[in-house]
Design a binder for this molecule. Structure first.
Ligand code: PGA
Length: 241
């Protein structure tokens, strides 16, 4: 596991974008695994900027998102479909058919999970970008999720709903369920880039880096992957010293 500590969020964004851009330059058909949340926002803004300056093109890039809330309309401002289009896809030349976000409508969630798993098996992710929850979740794989899980429906932990309520009018509006890639899917990626920023992530980053590999800390599994880079800003790294 390679750990890069940056002086602030801006430098974290810069280092992360260098990794993504260099992969896209080497492999214009790369398959990217994408995350939502506040942490990758700077990275997406930087990628849009580089696209506008014609440094990179997404015309042959494919993307797979980690997760989506259940029973949320695509165009709800808090859906991850909306987030991805608002912050990235609407501003770049990606082909709509190359965008993959777990579907969350309809009533047969088993079929939706199976379909996403099949697509992931046909498309091995070259670079998976991850944020981390305060409780150690990656995607929406909450503490206690078996490491061998593939795409599945999850009941969101209270800690996650509390952390995400800042985006909604009230806690009642935060969805209770989500569809998420499983840890097994995430671990199939050839390369993984985990980003963590801010004091709220300091305790969990200490646990991930110094603690054991346990399903109680989902991100701890990353220590067993052969190509993981963690970029962490000074605040999130404040308990590592
Ligand atoms: P954040 O969320 O980037 O908004 O901190 C990360 C996560 O919950 O996975």
């Amino acid at each position: 596991m390679k750990i890069i500590i940056t002086k602030d969020y801006q430098e974290l964004t810069e280092r992360a974008s260098q990794i993504v851009i260099s992969l896209m330059e080497k492999n214009p058909q790369a398959i990217l695994g994408l995350a939502t949340g506040s942490t990758p926002l700077g990275l997406y803004a930087r990628l849009v900027e580089k696209y506008k300056k014609q440094v990179i093109s997404f015309s042959q890039i494919k993307t797979f998102n980690l997760d989506e809330y259940c029973n949320i309309p695509k165009l709800h401002p808090q859906s991850y479909y909306y987030y991805m289009h608002w912050h990235l896809f609407n501003h770049i030349d990606i082909k709509p058919e190359n965008i993959n976000i777990p579907k969350s409508g309809g009533d047969d969630y088993d079929v939706l999970c199976q379909d996403y798993n099949e697509k992931l098996k046909e498309n091995i992710i070259d670079l998976q970008i991850l944020g981390i929850g305060n409780n150690g979740h990656i995607g929406f794989n909450e503490p206690g999720t078996p490491f061998d899980k593939e795409t599945h429906i999850v009941e969101l932990a209270d800690a996650t709903r509390q952390a995400n309520k800042r985006f909604f009018n009230s806690i009642e509006e935060v969805p209770q369920y989500a569809i998420t890639m499983g840890i097994n899917n995430i671990m199939q990626a050839k390369k993984i880039l985990l980003l963590a920023s801010g004091l709220a992530k300091a305790d969990i980053m200490k646990e991930v880096i110094f603690g054991g590999v346990t399903e109680e800390v989902p991100a701890s599994i990353l220590k067993t992957h052969s190509d993981v880079t963690i970029i962490i800003d000074n605040e999130a790294a404040s308990k590592l010293k």
